[in-house]
Ligand binder design. Structure first.
Ligand SMILES: NC(=O)c1ccc[n+]([C@@H]2O[C@H](COP(=O)([O-])OP(=O)(O)OC[C@H]3O[C@@H](n4cnc5c(N)ncnc54)[C@H](O)[C@@H]3O)[C@@H](O)[C@H]2O)c1
Length: 382
């Protein structure tokens, strides 16, 4: 650390990684000191722009002595092995989402982080949204009571040109899944962060409109240990975009629709009303509660700022790497349910999923058409 500044390297400087490079020097207590990419042109351009040393391989950057922390923004399969190398050198890691493709690789990453004592964060920037913070507080304060039902719908759009923009995208060998592993992780993370983890799922995946080998649509029915039921759906075949969460309990209901949060409260509880009501059509009163939304815009830089304060001052991580496992459990579980047609219990059977993904990888084909572009979603740039 130089004068209480965390020196950052960014590994993988394509669409998202170059965004991290652009905002790093705006983060109090952080400075960009090195970059790494296996593509020489991408690397040369970002190194020249930010006037920092360039490394053609992650290990060279990690051994350079120039960094205290790294952001890993390579394709997902590389997140765990690079993170494990970083932790073994005492270097803090902020991983892009998802933390890994398989639960077994994610386990290794978490174990390496814990053994090293380093900070491990994951870029789930939607955790910094005011609506997320408020929903979390309401749920943690018990305002929903016993949870009865959850739901998540993610209806997004991606063009074939998007899928053709990288050889790794939407392939079993390069990406390890489709909408579930690429677009849905932010939403799956919030779904589990707010509603908890289910213990069982039945589900289905399919490729509906795109020329890709992985799924562009997936849905699951969920069971929770508490007895609650849930539903989740994710697709890249829908326009306009639609994003929705619902968490419904005995005492209240939260809905987050396209980022806008609403909360209804049933004083006394639904179960209690049901027992006490004497009139056939009596219903409990469930008025909508006026909400004051805390600050937070869901920007990447907010997660990076929190990560830096965690390193410098021990602040609690808003998006700990360990929590990144939840989305991977849901992704792998649903891909396995889709592939086998059988119900899946969670946590996912590690060995079984490794076999499932190995089978899919063995049938994976190189893409016929690639028009390489390293441009991140303009809605997601910091
Ligand atoms: N948090 C978010 O909102 C968000 C948004 C977009 C992408 N992402 C994540 O960022 C990651 C990268 O996505 P992208 O859209 O920037 O992809 P991209 O293809 O634009 O960039 C990936 C870069 O990594 C480089 N690379 C590949 N293997 C490498 C290796 N072993 N070592 C070093 N560099 C390597 C490639 O050359 C490329 O420049 C993915 O995991 C994705 O899920 C997160």
């Amino acid at each position: 650390m130089s004068d209480q500044k965390v020196r950052f390297g960014v590994i993988g400087t394509g669409g998202m990684g170059s965004g991290h490079c652009n905002h790093m020097n705006q983060v109090p207590g952080a400075e960009l000191t090195a970059v790494c990419d296996i593509d020489p042109d991408t690397l040369a351009a970002v190194s020249a722009k930010h006037e920092v040393p360039a490394f053609a391989q992650p290990e060279l950057l990690l051994d350079s002595g120039l960094v205290d922390a790294v952001v890993i923004a390579t394709p997902h399969y590389f997140h765990p092995p690079i993170a494990v190398e970083a932790f073994s050198r005492g270097i803090h890691v902020l991983s892009e989402k998802p933390i890994g493709v398989t639960v077994s690789a994610a386990d290794q990453m978490i174990a390496a982080a814990e053994a090293s004592g380093c900070k491990f964060g994951v870029m789930y920037q939607m955790r910094s949204l005011g609506s997320t913070k408020l929903a979390k507080r309401l749920i943690d304060d018990g305002r929903l009571g016993e949870l009865y039902r959850t739901s998540m719908v993610l209806g997004w759009y991606r063009s074939q040109a998007y899928y053709n923009s990288g050889g790794w995208r939407a392939t079993w060998t390069g990406e390890g899944g489709g909408v579930l592993i690429n677009q849905a992780p932010h939403f799956l993370d919030l779904f589990a962060y707010l509603g908890g983890m289910p213990v069982k799922m039945t589900g289905s995946t399919r490729t509906r409109i795109h020329d890709i080998e992985v799924e562009d649509e997936a849905y699951a029915m969920l069971e929770y240990a508490s007895g609650a039921h849930g539903y989740l759906y994710a697709t890249t075949t829908e326009s306009p975009s639609y994003e929705q969460f619902e968490f419904c309990g005995n005492k209240g209901k939260i809905q987050i629709q396209n980022g806008a949060i609403r909360f209804w409260e049933t004083k006394g509880g639904i179960r209690e009303h049901s027992q006490a009501a004497t009139q056939m059509w009596e219903v409990p009163e469930s008025p909508e509660v006026a909400l004051e939304i805390p600050e937070g815009q869901g920007r990447h830089i907010e997660i990076t700022e929190n990560f830096v304060r965690a390193i410098l001052y021990g602040e609690e991580l808003l998006s700990p790497g360990r929590d990144g496992l939840m989305a991977v459990e849901l992704i792998d579980g649903l891909i396995m349910a889709g592939q086998t047609g059988e119900p899946v219990t969670l946590p996912v059977d590690r060995a079984r999923y490794d076999t499932v993904i190995a089978g899919l990888q063995s049938r994976s084909k190189e893409k016929a058409e690639v028009n390489a572009q390293r441009v991140t979603d303009p809605h997601h740039t910091a």
